[in-house]
Design a protein around this ligand. Structure first.
Ligand SMILES: *Cc1c(COP(=O)(O)O)cnc(C)c1O
Length: 372
């Protein structure tokens, strides 16, 4: 057995060979839609802060006020002393946006999925999950111990076949998919899957991490999401019927055994949700910006704020990203295992504050260099 250090060195060398070695790059956030890397300001097409609410003066004021009065950390799990009073409004705003009875906030979207899924299904049960679903849905499914079957992407027919063949051999059945796919920007067939779930005595749980506030919500048994993307802060949530939420308060291990969000985050996210409710014009801008880009590239209109430019091998995505960065634009390359092998890409995430000139320039540079 190699020593731990050698083990790590070998693994890194392998990743390097395949063009898949990752490195953390220091990045400062420099105001709405801007970041700074290696001393240069860049227009960001890679922040998921779609509404730029992380820099909204009201959100910052809410966080600052709470930070000053209540300190930096929550001190304990929500079930002990970490349940700040702002959660009441935060969760009622979330439930209202999703059209559900209640909501429950976790410390991240990742924690929401990994805590909720194993509370719903176990060894006797079945999970169907879209092959492109986010890593934390997959992790929750695997951690549950249920039998996990992979669905072809957005293939309702495939889901129907699998349910016809396997449903009766299992106890409970959970279907997992995304409302907006995080790396492709296409929409999940939520209404069709919800119908299918009704017909096969299954539950549908959707991941709306990239949809909240930007795409109208679709009904599902449970709708989870994050407060770290359009909401601009941090945290995750699950929305659903009141008994289910009360059950999760008792059973979701990532809620029970992890410290609550800092009070300043709870207050900031609450203020951000209020702003989202007051400003439909702001909420429309990210997709309008994404559509300007797809039009410039001669592609069908974007369905969401996410537009992938798939380039194939990792090296090609890395060099396209470097080319844009030299021109002051940041679109980080996304490589396996975040996306399937052979589909390395630039993932463009459009925020409200992007300027049309920068959008047009990004499209022009991609075309000029034969990337689109
Ligand atoms: C980002 C993301 C998550 C995780 O949310 P965090 O709050 O960042 O932990 C979950 N699902 C999807 C689809 C995501 O894109």
């Amino acid at each position: 057995m190699p020593a731990l250090r050698e083990f790590a060195r070998d693994q890194l060398a392998l990743a390097e060979q395949k063009g898949l070695r990752r490195r953390l790059v220091e990045t400062e956030r420099r105001g709405p839609g801007m970041v700074r890397r290696a001393g240069r300001d860049l227009v960001s097409f890679s922040c998921n802060d779609y509404l730029n609410l992380s820099h909204h003066p009201r959100v910052i004021a809410a966080a600052t006020r709470t930070l000053q009065h209540e300190g930096a950390g929550a001190g304990a799990s929500r079930l002990v002393t970490g349940n700040h009073p702002s959660y009441i409004e935060l969760e009622s705003l979330l439930a209202r946006m999703k059209g559900t009875e209640r909501a429950l906030v976790f410390s991240s979207g990742y924690a929401a999925n990994v805590g909720t899924i194993p509370a719903l299904v176990g060894r006797e049960d079945l999970v169907l999950i879209d092959r492109l679903a986010h890593a934390c849905q997959w992790d929750g499914a695997r951690l549950s111990g249920a039998t996990v079957l992979r669905l072809e992407h957005n293939d309702v027919e495939n889901a129907c076949e699998l349910l016809n063949t396997h449903r009766q051999s299992f106890g409970r059945c959970l279907i997992l998919t995304e409302t907006v796919f995080s790396m492709d920007g296409d929409l999940g067939p939520i209404d069709e899957l919800y119908d299918l779930a009704r017909r096969h005595d299954a539950w549908l749980m959707t991941d709306d991490a990239h949809g909240l506030g930007l795409i109208p919500p679709r009904p599902a048994d449970l709708q989870m999401g994050t407060l770290s993307k359009a909401v601009g802060v941090a945290g995750g949530y699950v929305c659903g019927p009141s008994e289910v939420i009360a059950y999760l308060e008792n059973r979701a291990r990532t809620l029970m055994f992890s410290t609550g969000l800092p009070p300043s985050c709870v207050a900031a996210a609450t203020e951000a949700l209020r702003i989202m409710g007051e400003d439909p014009g702001l909420c429309a801008r990210p997709i309008a910006n994404a559509r300007r880009f797809t039009t410039a590239l001669g592609r069908p209109p974007a369905m969401s704020p996410i537009v992938p430019v798939v380039l194939g091998e990792p090296e090609r995505a890395m060099s396209a990203s470097a080319m844009l960065e030299e021109n002051g634009l940041l679109a980080v390359a996304i490589r396996p295992p975040s996306v399937p092998p052979g589909t390395a890409r630039l993932r463009f995430a459009f925020s409200a504050s992007l300027q049309v000139d920068d959008i047009d320039r990004a499209a022009g540079l991609l075309k000029e260099h034969g990337h689109a």
